[in-house]
Design a protein. Structure first.
Length: 433
């Protein structure tokens, strides 16, 4: 292979499109992540999620960008690509990162090289226990910090953090078996006075109690949190649970002070065989909603900090931006008789469906009740045997009623079992089971 490729000069200027070598290498990284299964998530974040996160942070030329869990450098590369798409000079961008896995560090360095980035400062080591980007013994500060840390990392270094020499944990240290908010606090400590950060987190950080609640409270009381964004499930390697994005801004605009926007994008995605995917339209919808900072029914809500305080600093997204449609009104007595009526008065609902037809013209027995009717009808075809009228409009209305409202207890039980199985799987991944 070396002899073959040595016959050609392989520089970006020799290809049909610029940065072809880097793009090809990123393609190989993705293919490797696809085949690696759960381990793929240790070094690769799906590019669509990275594009969304970078777009929310809106970096510009001249900035210093830092990824404390850099992996294969996908986030830093996407930051350069964002500048190119917006007509800015990607060379006027200072890139920094740290990675503790030496094999992944090597992939990262190669990725940078093939993209023509020769001045990126990528260090080796454990970011929480031994941060490498220092200046005169203090943490370096950056304009943008972006990361996808390992979810709920166990043995992340709580003992060392309790005696941290850099003062990175002013809100307290999280539990020893869930290092999520340790990474968030390290990222906050690495921001300059005008900086922003975007980080991928499991949903557990939004509502877990004890020390994690105290950390959330501290971040909120300092008015640093700008947005909480819920993502669809099945986007990431190695886990089916949905994740969220936290956007933290040390210099919120006046209009956004004392507020947090919750965006629930859990329903907007493209189904995939092994993995779901964010579409361009899904990314644009989230970015536009964040930029406009607007409330959209069953999608987003701008919430005052006082309301979050009333909710005991719980950031569960559905508490503020619930995508669920309004619940149907159920009648317990009717369910026990095999269906779901929606009216208190027997016969009233069917009378409404019949658009003015007299019930006595419909039923074979004039004294039949609504519930007796529902109990005896066991299929749509049985409707014709139970009614007297040959009026096609009556038959059509009743058949539509069947299609819409006939739900058996067996079907309901099946749905409950499916929901419980899915919920238990999420609780297991979050460490509650």
């Amino acid at each position: 292979m070396l002899s073959h490729f040595n016959r050609y000069r392989l520089r970006n200027c020799d290809f049909e499109q610029p940065d072809l070598l880097g793009t090809a290498y990123e393609y190989l990284i993705k293919m490797f992540a696809d085949s690696a299964g759960k381990k793929g998530g240790e070094f690769y974040t799906p590019s669509e999620v990275v594009k969304l996160l970078v777009s929310l942070l809106n970096p510009h030329a001249g900035m210093r960008i830092y990824d404390p869990t850099v992996g294969s450098a996908g986030m830093l590369i996407q930051t350069r690509n964002y500048l190119i798409r917006h007509g800015e000079n990607p060379s006027n961008l200072s890139l920094y990162g740290q990675e503790m896995n030496l094999n992944t560090w090597a992939i990262c360095k190669m990725n940078m090289f093939l993209h023509g980035v020769f001045n990126a400062d990528i260090r080796k080591g454990d970011t929480l226990r031994d941060p490498q980007h220092l200046k005169e013994g203090e943490l370096m500060l950056f304009d943008r910090v972006i990361a996808n840390p390992p979810f709920s990392l166990k043995k992340w270094g709580k003992e060392e953090a309790d005696a941290d020499a850099f003062g990175r944990f002013p809100y307290g240290t999280p539990p020893k078996d869930a290092g999520d908010l340790a990474f968030v606090q390290h990222m906050i400590a690495s921001l300059n006075a005008e900086g922003m950060l975007g980080v991928v987190m499991p949903h557990g950080v939004l509502f877990r109690g004890s020390s994690e609640k105290a950390i959330r409270q501290g971040i909120l009381e300092d008015d640093l949190l700008e947005a909480v964004i819920g993502l669809p499930s099945g986007l990431f390697y190695g886990t089916g649970i949905p994740a969220c994005l936290l956007i933290i801004n040390k210099q919120k605009s006046t209009a956004r002070k004392g507020k947090v926007i919750f965006i629930n994008a859990e329903l907007d995605y493209e189904d995939g065989k092994n993995q779901n995917k964010l579409r361009a339209i899904d990314i644009a919808k989230v970015v536009d909603t964040f930029n406009d900072y607007q409330t959209i029914k069953r999608y987003s809500k701008v919430v005052e900090l006082s309301e979050i305080e009333e909710n005991d600093y719980n950031l569960n997204i559905r508490r503020y931006a619930d995508t669920s449609p309004p619940p149907e009104i159920f009648d317990v007595r009717a369910i026990l008789h095999g269906g779901i009526p929606v009216r208190e008065v027997e016969g009233e609902y069917i009378q409404e469906l019949l658009n003015g037809f007299d019930i006595s013209e419909v039923f074979n027995k004039q004294d039949v009740s609504y519930y007796e009717f529902k109990a005896e009808i066991t299929s749509k075809e049985a409707i014709r045997d139970f009614i007297e009228s040959d009026n096609p409009q009556v038959i059509s209305q009743l058949e539509r009623w069947w299609d819409k409202y006939k739900v058996s207890l067996h079907e309901i039980n099946q749905k409950v079992e499916t929901a419980e199985t899915e919920m238990n799987a999420y609780l297991q991944e979050l460490g509650y089971v």
